[in-house]
Design a protein. Structure first.
Length: 261
């Protein structure tokens, strides 16, 4: 695995990504990204979905093909649309299906992009999003040695002056407990003590490609933190803040990037 292949894998660890974003974020030439992505696609480490526009559906597929392709597609009823009503033509039938398709419909089947499609996606001419296969995730793990006990997800709610619901999921319950004790230092949203509701996820779908045996989940009411450091802040508070942030950012290092020559 070379550095560009690694960056492509790492960029899609938790969410699908575009190759164009990878090239721009890491200042890599399109030619280098295309070569590395082509190897990953051919090796089975990544797959892609292509956004399909309304015009493409209207021009390229008929109503019966649309119904066949989307049958059972997640988020839509099956069958998607009734058979044509009396006097209704195919274009009218397709138009009624659009209300389910547009603008969020993506190709149902996983795709291995060709080199020309990869290049088109890098140029912004093809709306393609790539993601890791389980094999690609395993390959990433083989060079980063992740500690999944340190992995966690958070969904922090709350706007100014509002009380909302936040949650944390982690394989390590002690981490969650400590985080809630110091969230006033490390987070813009703080929990309201006594509102925590705990549960267990067995198994836990930690990422879209990684399943862990279990995850502890806690949901709680939260509010926006109003802390700030100024001339009146006590030295004790500043010390506690420094220690909390040091611990938290060290804990967040759940894998290590490999070195490349």
């Amino acid at each position: 695995m070379n550095k560009v292949e690694y960056l492509i894998l790492r960029s899609a660890l938790e969410f699908s990504e575009t190759l164009k974003n990878v090239a721009e974020e890491h200042n890599i030439s399109h030619a280098e990204v295309a070569l590395a992505a082509n190897c990953l696609f051919q090796n089975g480490d990544i797959l892609a979905e292509i956004n399909i526009s309304e015009d493409e559906i209207r021009d390229d597929v008929g109503v019966h093909q649309v119904r066949y392709d989307l049958d059972g597609y997640e988020g839509y009823p099956s069958p998607l649309a009734p058979f044509p009503e009396e006097g209704e033509n195919d274009n009218d039938q397709i138009s009624r299906i659009y209300k389910w398709l547009i603008p969020n419909y993506k190709a149902k089947r996983p795709l291995v992009l060709t080199l020309s499609e990869i290049e088109a996606s890098l140029e912004g001419k093809l709306g393609a999003w790539y993601y890791l296969t389980p094999q690609g995730g395993t390959r990433w793990e083989s060079v980063t040695y992740p500690d999944w006990n340190r992995y966690h997800t958070q969904r922090l709610g709350c706007g100014p002056g509002e009380i909302s619901v936040s949650q944390i999921v982690s394989p390590d319950r002690k981490f969650i407990e400590k985080f809630l004790n110091i969230d006033c230092y490390v987070c813009a949203v703080v929990h309201i003590s006594g509102t925590e509701v705990w549960d267990m996820l067995e198994p836990w779908q930690a990422t879209y490609w990684k399943i862990l045996p279990r995850g502890y989940i806690v949901r709680y009411q939260s509010r926006q933190s109003d802390w700030h450091i100024d001339s009146d802040t006590s030295p004790e508070w500043i010390e506690a803040n420094d220690q909390a942030n040091k611990w938290y950012w060290e804990f967040r290092k759940w894998y290590r990037d490999p070195e490349f020559e």
